[in-house]
Design a protein around this ligand. Structure first.
Ligand code: SIN
Length: 324
């Protein structure tokens, strides 16, 4: 669907989430069903979109807890195709809050876009007494049109977060996202973007590689990488069970969320070393919500370079896929 008006063109892609959620009662902010309202309908609640040249596409209609490789494949290839169009200034994606940080990470890793790809979401369903979706979508438009915007970002509650650092940090607050020590990239104040620091993607070490994207889009499965947490009274048996399972998708990697500065229970550590001896890649991150594993010679396993456990899992799966 195209609404022809004027100015640089934006593309809006819908994937579902609470922003597209519907509840039976307007006062109900938790007992709703995510992914019910079409993205074309969400546009009607946002005055800022009335004067924008806009292409709208429904990519999926899901609760983002159920995000899958196939949705990522469609999303990544549609974004790449739209970004190649000269007249397109930016792509905006509506998404559930629960895995938006994973989608942002995957898209940034695969697309490294020079143009902005702005993911937005909501903590209250579209039927709420005071839904936050329309304001977030309006802020996303401001970010998409900002001259210095670049790369994949997440916009929520007036904050702009980078794909690498953003994490959902609260279960119900409208301001549910945090970028840890890195902090937000900027904010949106009454429709104006204020950048706190440069946020282009020029610093990324690997440039966009269309062959890597094509490979990602073509696979049936990502290399299997599991996420395990080190905790008191563990015995590492989960690792041994994973190694023994006759997987159709064999285990290729394990990310371990260690305690504190990346320490791992000695029994889990033994099991992980056995996994390594069988060719399984093991990467280390921390289960602490803040900070990162400070690299030092005594680290038990390969350092996940400050990524959160869920992003370290994706990074390893993508490395295994794209290095092969
Ligand atoms: C989802 O992630 O799709 C549901 C939760 C939300 O969007 O807040």
């Amino acid at each position: 669907m195209a609404q022809a008006i004027q100015g640089p063109r934006l593309v809006l892609l819908g994937t579902g989430g609470t922003i597209a959620g519907r509840a039976v009662q307007a006062a109900d902010n938790v007992g709703y069903v995510a992914g019910q309202v079409g993205v074309a309908q969400l546009v009607t609640a946002v005055p800022a979109l009335g004067s924008v040249s806009l292409d709208v596409e429904q990519i999926a209609q899901i609760d983002s807890k159920d995000m899958s490789l196939s949705v990522w494949q469609t999303l990544a290839s549609r974004i790449a195709a739209h970004l190649e169009r000269q007249e397109v200034q930016a792509v905006i994606v509506t998404h559930g809050t629960d895995t938006i940080e994973e989608t942002a990470f995957v898209l940034q890793r695969l697309l490294r876009p020079a143009k902005p790809v702005v993911l937005t979401c909501a903590m209250r369903p579209s039927t709420a007494l005071a839904p936050d979706g329309p304001q977030n979508l309006s802020d996303a438009v401001a970010v998409a049109r900002h001259a210095e915007a670049a790369g994949v970002v997440v916009v929520c509650a007036g904050q702009v977060h980078g794909a690498r650092d953003v994490a959902k940090s609260h279960t119900y607050r409208l301001d549910a996202f945090d970028s840890g020590d890195a902090g937000a990239l900027g904010c949106v104040e009454e429709g104006q973007v204020r950048a706190f620091r440069p946020w282009d993607s020029a610093g990324e070490c690997t440039p966009y590689d269309p062959k890597a994207l094509a490979r990602f889009v073509a696979v049936e499965d990502l290399p299997r990488v599991e996420l395990i947490t080190s905790h008191a009274d563990t015995d590492g048996s989960l690792v041994r069970v994973l190694l023994a399972l006759p997987h159709a998708r064999p285990l290729r990697g394990i990310v371990v969320a260690g305690t504190g500065n990346g320490t791992v229970h000695h029994l889990l550590s033994d099991a992980l070393r056995d996994a390594q001896a069988q060719g399984i890649r093991v990467r280390l991150t921390t289960r602490c919500a803040g900070g990162r594993v400070v690299p030092h010679p005594g680290l038990a396993f390969e350092d996940a370079k400050g990524l959160s456990p869920v992003k370290a899992r994706l990074a390893l799966a993508l490395d295994l896929l794209l290095e092969a």
